[in-house]
Design a binder for this molecule. Structure first.
Ligand SMILES: [Zn+2]
Length: 128
C-alpha cells in the first residue's frame, strides 16, 4: 500500500509531515508547520489536537467540528514571521471544502505565538 499523502498538500507522507506533530513525535518548528498540521487535524476530525495547539488565552472550552464539511485542499498564500527563532507569526491561507455538495473556501489570516518552545494558534481574521 502506498503511504498516505499528507492532506495539507506538501506532497510528503503524513508521517513525514503533519502526522508527526499530531501524534506528538515532534513539535512544529514554524507557524506555517503548525497551521498546516491544524488543517490536517480538521481533515481528520482531530478536535483534541486542535484544542491542544490553541493558545490557552483564546482556546474554546470545547470544539464541535462540522461533520458535514469535507476539507479538500489547502493553499498557504502568505506568511509573516513565524520562523524557528520568532515568537510570533501570521499565516494567510485558503482552505477549500465541500459541504452539502457545494464547494466553498475559508480565507483567513491566522496569528500564531510561540511560548515555551511551542507554537500556538492565537486567533484569525476571516478574509471572506
Ligand atoms: Zn502536512
Amino acid at each position: 500500500m502506498a503511504p498516505r499523502r499528507c492532506p495539507c498538500g506538501t506532497g510528503l507522507t503524513s508521517a513525514e509531515c503533519c502526522g508527526r506533530f499530531s501524534d506528538g513525535t515532534a513539535s512544529a518548528a514554524t507557524a506555517e508547520q503548525l497551521m498546516r498540521s491544524r488543517y490536517s487535524a480538521f481533515v481528520a476530525g482531530d478536535a483534541a489536537y486542535l484544542l491542544d495547539t490553541w493558545h490557552p488565552r483564546t482556546r474554546p472550552a470545547s470544539l464541535d467540528l462540522d461533520r458535514d464539511v469535507r476539507w479538500t485542499g489547502l493553499e498557504v498564500l502568505a506568511t509573516t514571521g513565524g520562523g524557528m527563532l520568532a515568537a510570533e507569526g501570521t499565516v494567510e491561507f485558503r482552505a477549500s471544502y465541500v459541504r452539502g455538495g457545494r464547494r466553498g473556501s475559508q480565507h483567513e489570516d491566522s496569528r500564531f505565538v510561540r511560548e515555551g518552545g511551542r507554537w500556538y494558534y492565537l486567533d484569525g481574521v476571516s478574509l471572506g
